[in-house]
Design a protein around this ligand. Structure first.
Ligand SMILES: [Zn+2]
Length: 324
């Protein structure tokens, strides 16, 4: 509700861990001998795996921010369902969901269609300084709290909610990435760049110093091994690109899997992370979903839609994501 829906095409990366850097050390210049895929990548514009440009797919990541609501379905449907990827699978997208006004029935349905769901905080507090100065616990309660809410009310396995984006694109630098590392989130898709647009930066990990410009201070200066960074990119019109036969429109998690395991176009139809993996159907339809009603302390009402059999007694919020 609070930010406009954004359609970002993200060109990027992310990850897990390996052993030669200690979290929280000051980051050094990237060491290409040490930093290797699948768990480490320097921040640069080199094609992963050293593949020639004509042998790689054109990867386009589509993402949406903020509340996930039923009325999105029509818009999202128009954008995404008219087309397919070259292997016949539906186009992918990542939804960075915040809590207020989100329908968890819709979230559950999107997940069952193969879209990726990621965390964009519970409160989406609209003050840049708040996010900039928030401590690790506050970041945890917002970002991991939202992961808990999604798991609890949309029935999505926690391990499948592996990405985050900070509200207002404002991180607290190392504090945010420390929280990410400590909670095993795989990637962040917050930081923008102006310097690297053509060619763009591929997603990279925070094991070493970034070569990226810092557009919104603070940016991380410490080493966070295996934390993947997906730089927010340019906005394009889907129609101009979608019918090209080497263009793949996929979610952020799938893009990072390709970067971890660069695969040539000639073998791409066999690349498992881009196949249409069947997900369980949503537990209920929109019409069957339960509406949970809450009156907040200031008298305002909130409704929360879920396929769960029972509404939690309290409105799920920061510090009480299960609404106990
Ligand atoms: Zn937002």
């Amino acid at each position: 509700m609070r930010c406009a829906v954004s359609l970002l095409l993200l060109l990027s990366l992310l990850s897990l861990s390996h052993g030669y850097r200690e979290p929280g050390e000051e980051a050094d210049w990237c060491d290409y001998e040490q930093c290797k895929l699948p768990d480490c990548r320097c921040s640069d514009t080199d094609i992963p795996g050293g593949l020639p440009v004509h042998q790689i797919p054109q990867i386009v990541m589509v993402s949406f921010d903020d509340a996930v609501q039923d009325r999105w379905k029509a818009d999202v449907g128009n954008v995404l369902s008219d087309h397919k990827n070259p292997n016949g699978c539906p186009l992918g997208a990542t939804f960075f969901a915040s809590h207020e006004y989100t329908s968890y029935q819709t979230v559950e349905e999107y997940y069952s269609k193969g879209y990726e769901i990621a965390s964009h905080s519970i409160s989406h507090t609209p003050y840049q300084d708040w996010w900039k100065n928030a401590n690790e616990t506050q970041w945890h309660d917002e970002i991991i709290g939202m992961q808990t809410i999604i798991h609890e009310f949309a029935n999505i396995p926690t391990d499948d909610i592996q990405g985050m984006r900070a509200p207002l694109l404002q991180t607290a630098g190392d504090t945010t990435y420390k929280m990410m590392t400590n909670n095993n989130l795989k990637y962040d898709s917050t930081m923008p760049t102006r310097r690297f647009t053509d060619p763009p930066l591929w997603p990279y990990t925070l094991d070493y110093k970034e070569s990226k410009d810092c557009q919104i201070e603070p940016c991380p200066v410490e080493s966070w091994p295996g934390a993947w960074i997906n730089v927010a990119g340019l906005t394009l019109f889907m129609k101009e690109i979608v019918d090209k036969d080497d263009v793949w429109i996929i979610n952020v998690g799938q893009a990072i899997e390709w970067i971890q395991k660069p695969t040539k176009l000639s073998s791409i139809f066999n690349f498992a992370p881009w196949s249409c993996e069947a997900k369980p159907p949503a537990r209920c339809t929109q019409a069957q979903a339960k509406w949970c009603r809450y009156v907040l302390d200031d008298g305002q009402e909130r409704y929360m839609q879920t396929c769960n059999e029972k509404c939690p007694p309290n409105y799920p919020w920061v510090g009480n994501p299960k609404g106990e």
